[in-house]
Write a protein that binds this ligand. Structure first.
Ligand SMILES: NC(=O)c1ccc[n+]([C@@H]2O[C@H](COP(=O)([O-])OP(=O)(O)OC[C@H]3O[C@@H](n4cnc5c(N)ncnc54)[C@H](OP(=O)(O)O)[C@@H]3O)[C@@H](O)[C@H]2O)c1
Length: 337
């Protein structure tokens, strides 16, 4: 019997010019430099997704100088499986470049049953990071986040847990996500006293969601902390893919996602108007949406998702045109008002 198994791709050799393709920004006043574009593994890396495609996207990222991979304990589905897939990718392709990579994970949303599988207790955070490390086959992550504020656990307990993961060598830096400006200041004060390397805040920021402009960006600027913007394409709405309807293979058409068709349809006029402006700038809408965030140098990086390696390559062109004229900014404001 002959076996013709061509499924195993050739050994991965990364692009030697990868660092010339990317620009890196300093994260607040820390020693960390992040690529303008980072890769998020919330979707497309679960057990339900084709592993070979996930592997291709991660390899493409590294080839493009995207050295920052952003995970969380519950990315999948099922929960935990994105970290397992990434562990496989590290083992097969990227692990020998570990010193070049900046890997983050988080805990704070629901992960396991019972009172300790959610929010911000010391018990949850520390045991969750242990699980994450096991799934990825790592000794440490570069960055560990508290994923969302906990209204009931004392902030000091959560911050002490972040401090402990650094002291125990399981994370090099810590961050917070989805905290408002006031809670961010309180967290920063505690972490400053503890001398914990708190360097970054991860917040939703896009043309369709500008809440960080109200206070958070100023606060992070004052505190000398970095900011990484998530869902810059509003889960794909800020691209040309929905202009003529909802494609079958899009996030809005898939089950087990957080993007519904009706959300897309309710914004379609604005998407079309923004698409026209992007064209006038010589960009695609997805590229303009990313460039628009990066025009503010208080933003260290933009963390995008991608369902194909081609999308990632397409997004990276955004970094070549991050200046906007006053007229373009006014047009954007009038489209979004
Ligand atoms: N801290 C938090 O609470 C939090 C919450 C959410 C996300 N995040 C982080 O942010 C990351 C990004 O979030 P996100 O996936 O919502 O980001 P996004 O960049 O707004 O959306 C990504 C999706 O947009 C579509 N897309 C990407 N590039 C495209 C292109 N060039 N042309 C057309 N469509 C394109 C793809 O959807 P299709 O599948 O339709 O192709 C892709 O999966 C996550 O992976 C995670 O790391 C953090």
């Amino acid at each position: 019997m002959k076996i013709h198994d061509f499924s195993n791709p050739k050994a991965y050799v990364p692009d030697e010019d990868r660092y010339d393709k990317m620009v890196y920004r300093r994260c607040g006043k820390s020693g960390v430099m992040l690529p303008l574009l980072s890769l998020g593994l919330w979707h497309n890396f679960g057990l339900v997704d084709p592993a070979e495609n996930a592997r291709k996207i991660a390899r493409k990222a590294f080839d493009l100088g995207i050295i920052h991979f952003d995970l969380a304990n519950n990315y999948g589905p099922p929960f935990g499986s994105a970290e397992e897939t990434f562990g496989m990718i590290l083992k097969k392709d990227l692990g020998i470049y570990r010193n070049e990579l900046f890997i983050s994970t988080k805990a704070g949303y629901d992960m396991w049953n019972g009172p300790f599988g959610n929010y911000g207790s010391r018990k949850y955070l520390i045991s969750s990071l242990d699980d994450s490390l096991r799934r990825m086959g790592l000794d440490y992550v570069d960055l560990f986040y508290h994923h969302r504020p906990d209204p009931d656990t004392p902030l000091e307990e959560t911050m002490l847990a972040l401090d402990q993961v650094v002291r125990s060598g399981k994370a090099l830096y810590v961050g917070i996500s989805n905290y408002d400006a006031t809670k961010t200041r309180e967290a920063a004060e505690i972490l400053k006293e503890l001398k914990t390397p708190f360097i970054i805040h991860q917040a939703r920021y896009s043309l369709f969601d500008r809440w960080v402009e109200e206070k958070l960006l100023d606060t992070l600027g004052d505190l000398n902390k970095g900011m990484i913007a998530f869902s810059p394409l509003e889960q794909g709405m800020l691209s040309d893919k929905y202009l003529d309807g909802i494609p079958d293979n899009s996030r809005a058409a898939k089950k087990m996602t957080y993007l519904e068709k009706k959300q897309v349809l309710s914004k379609i006029d604005r998407i079309r108007a923004l698409n026209d402006l992007a064209k006038a700038r010589g960009q695609k809408l997805n590229q303009m949406a990313i460039s628009w965030i990066l025009k503010d140098d208080r933003v260290t990086s933009v963390v995008v998702g991608a369902s194909t390696e081609e999308q990632l390559a397409d997004n990276i062109s955004a970094i070549n045109n991050i200046k906007f004229s006053g007229d373009e900014l006014k047009t954007i404001d009038s489209i979004l008002k």
